[in-house]
Design a protein around this ligand. Structure first.
Ligand code: SF4
Length: 363
């Protein structure tokens, strides 16, 4: 298959591995931002083929993992209401809230539905005018344009009638998270592999001032084995030469400015706010919230949810894992009290979670 087979070619992979081996002299901690990249590294065993002095750290780019507990509890509260149909992507269903998860609510009789697109949730709202339909809008810059589009469509459709459709929003942004990691006293990241899909929407111009300010290389990287190795090679090359540039190793999908119409759609609907990240805390200007013009579609305002406030469990270290400070194997609960069947934290549940990747490929 074009754009897949050639990026899984064994000979090409061996060649780039050898090149990485030849140029590496220093000890480098390189963080892949995206959980999809974490899973690909482990699935293909690339982490074990790298020189010993390259350490991969796993970043916060898993939307399910960083959705705060407070927001999960709000989702569970809404999903438990008799007049609400709660729609979510499937990977949120087993993410533990303070006391239970959405799947448990569904098993109790709550009307919780898995959808594949926010437009599916709007269709359900059309089909059930007597019910309130809430869509759990989580994700990074990759999902934000589609979520913005559904709000614009709903605004048109409900121009004359009261809207029975709303979003529980937990949209987050990558560049502020990178800066938060670099600002932390515990930071040990020497270089970043930026997430190719986020950059296909946003471009990579936002990373240029970050690389300059923190003197750190940032390489836009794809998701196939060869993509990951080419990204690593570019990052290690810069580190060995003392350079700190933004480099695009995923040019078949990413341009400097990204998808301008998608960005404009996001700007029409959302504005930037401070956002809580699960296990990490509040990162300034790292989230998107609906603009006042679209307040009728904001589930938190509509159902007056602002009073729900909870504490993250102390014994899950996923926040430290998402910042590259710890690895899943450092957690005493890994594979013992915490498994995909009985998860304590979101990083063990999500298909992009680091703990889930280690459990699946390394345990
Ligand atoms: S293994 Fe479980 S408890 Fe430990 S950090 Fe991962 S999700 Fe949290």
């Amino acid at each position: 298959m074009r754009f897949v087979d050639e990026y899984r070619d064994a000979e090409s992979i061996k060649r780039v591995l050898q090149q990485i081996d030849e140029i590496t002299t220093g000890d480098w901690n390189i963080m892949e931002i995206c959980g999809g990249q974490t899973h690909a590294f482990l699935r293909y065993g690339i982490d074990e083929l790298l020189p010993d002095n390259i350490t991969l750290l796993h970043g916060p780019g898993c939307p399910v993992c960083v959705t705060p507990l407070e927001k999960i509890d709000k989702a569970i509260f809404l999903a438990s209401q008799k007049n609400i149909i709660f729609c979510s992507f499937g990977d949120m269903m087993r993410v533990p809230g303070s006391h239970e998860d959405l799947l448990t609510v569904k098993a109790r009789g709550g009307d919780v539905r898995i959808v594949y697109s926010p437009m599916d949730a709007l269709t359900i709202a059309r089909q059930h005018p007597d019910k309130e339909v809430v869509f759990f809008a989580i994700g990074f810059e990759t999902t934000a344009p589609a979520h913005a589009m559904v709000v614009l469509k709903a605004k048109t459709e409900f121009a004359k009638n009261r809207a029975n459709f709303s979003l529980l929003c937990s949209q987050v942004l990558v560049p502020p998270a990178i800066m938060a990691i670099l600002d932390a006293p515990t930071n040990r990241v020497n270089g970043f592999l930026a997430a190719g899909h986020v950059c296909s929407v946003m471009g990579y111009h936002e990373y240029i001032p970050i690389a300059e300010q923190y003197k750190i290389p940032i390489v836009v990287t794809g998701f196939e084995p060869l993509d990951l190795l080419l990204g690593l090679f570019a990052c290690v090359s810069q580190l060995e030469k003392g350079q700190f540039n933004v480099e695009n190793s995923y040019p078949r999908s990413v341009t400097l400015r990204g998808n301008i119409p998608a960005q404009e759609t996001m700007k029409k609907v959302f504005h930037i706010v401070d956002r809580q990240w699960r296990g990490i805390g509040v990162i300034p200007r790292s989230g998107l919230a609906l603009q006042d013009e679209f307040a009728e579609f904001d589930a938190e305002k509509k159902f007056d949810l602002h009073d729900i406030s909870v504490q993250e469990p102390r014994d899950c270290i996923s926040g430290l894992i998402l910042q590259g400070v710890k690895k899943p194997g450092d957690c005493p609960h890994f594979g013992v009290a915490c498994t995909p069947e009985h998860p304590k934290g979101a990083t063990m549940v999500s298909s992009e979670g680091a703990c889930a990747a280690y459990y699946q490929y390394k345990k």
